[in-house]
Design a protein around this ligand. Structure first.
Ligand SMILES: Nc1ncnc2c1ncn2[C@@H]1O[C@H](COP(=O)(O)OP(=O)(O)O)[C@@H](O)[C@H]1O
Ligand SMILES: Cc1ncc(COP(=O)(O)OP(=O)(O)O)c(N)n1
Length: 269
């Protein structure tokens, strides 16, 4: 039996809906062995982020090296990286181990408004990490910050995707969750040559905490298994759609999605 492996380099969400916790649950549901390098611990629940505690860079590097020198990995997802020092150190490790399947979720701000990336670290993302990425998965506000383009239309989104490709990302997915102009959501993929449109119905719920992490983790798991980027994006969208549709109604604020739902629905079919 082949065991596919994925490493997530991200922050911990004590509430279990986003970050490392969402990534591991998603990897497990998609039959991929998950490993972690934790960059920061957050005290977080469905009501918001109550504290952010970055780890020393040395401890982050040691976690990554522990994987690189022993278990190895088929794909890597990066999430909350917090500072330019962490971004630089993570990028150096990725280059050192010659890892190729890098999925960069450029996490900046949590739903409640808390900063998960320092402002000055945006340039480090562009200079060091994005050029190493197989896929980058910004939401619309993140694509705006990274490119300086104000996104109001699909043409603006396509322009931003092209700019991110010029920064060195081989594939760009500008996710559509923040475009509330229609009941149809579009996640836009650009591979440097063509645009691909992945559509789904908008689900009316406040329980969308961790959607971006879960989407990128599902994409990473599919890449780890050897699938191509287009198929991986489609599975990631199907996975998050089921997770949002079957929300768990936990907590008093923006609740987590249901990481069991995609597999359960497949078993029933
Ligand atoms: N209300 C919703 N109904 C269905 N899918 C959604 C909804 N909100 C977000 N999604 C999907 O979840 C994923 C993450 O979307 P987005 O909200 O843009 O990113 P983020 O969580 O990083 O802000 C995308 O695949 C998007 O299409
Ligand atoms: C530790 C940690 N990492 C990332 C996020 C952001 O997750 P995201 O999927 O973008 O979801 P929201 O926070 O926007 O609901 C996080 N909150 N915590």
């Amino acid at each position: 039996m082949s065991v596919y492996k994925a490493l997530t380099i991200a922050g911990s969400d004590s509430g279990g809906g986003a970050g490392i916790q969402a990534d591991l649950k998603t990897f497990q549901e998609l039959d991929v062995f998950g490993m972690t390098a934790i960059t920061a611990v957050t005290a977080q629940n469905t009501l918001g982020v109550h504290g952010v505690y970055p780890l020393p860079v040395e401890g982050i590097v040691k976690q990554i090296a522990a994987i690189g020198t022993d278990l190895g990995t088929d794909a890597i997802k990066t999430g909350m990286l917090f500072s330019s020092e962490i971004i630089q150190a993570v990028s150096e490790q990725i280059k050192f181990f010659k890892w190729k399947n890098i999925i960069v979720d450029p996490v900046m701000i949590a739903k409640g408004g808390a900063a998960l990336l320092q402002d000055e670290a945006v340039q480090a993302l562009k200079s060091y990490l994005i050029p190493l990425s197989l896929v980058i998965t910004p939401n619309i506000p993140e694509a705006e910050v990274l490119t300086g383009i104000t996104i109001k239309s699909m043409d603006d989104r396509k322009e931003a995707a092209k700019r991110l490709h010029e920064f060195g990302a081989k594939n760009v997915v500008v996710k559509g969750g923040h475009d509330d102009s229609s009941d149809t959501l579009v996640d836009l993929l650009y591979d440097g040559a063509e645009f691909y449109y992945f559509t789904s119905n908008r689900i009316d719920t406040k329980n969308t905490h961790g959607t971006g992490c879960t989407f990128a983790a599902a994409l990473t798991a599919e890449i780890a298994k050897g699938n191509n980027v287009q198929d991986a994006v489609q599975t990631a969208q199907n996975f998050i759609h089921e997770a949002i549709k079957n929300d768990l109604k936990l907590g008093n604020g923006h609740g987590p999605t249901n990481h069991w739902a995609y597999k359960k629905q497949k078993v029933i079919l």
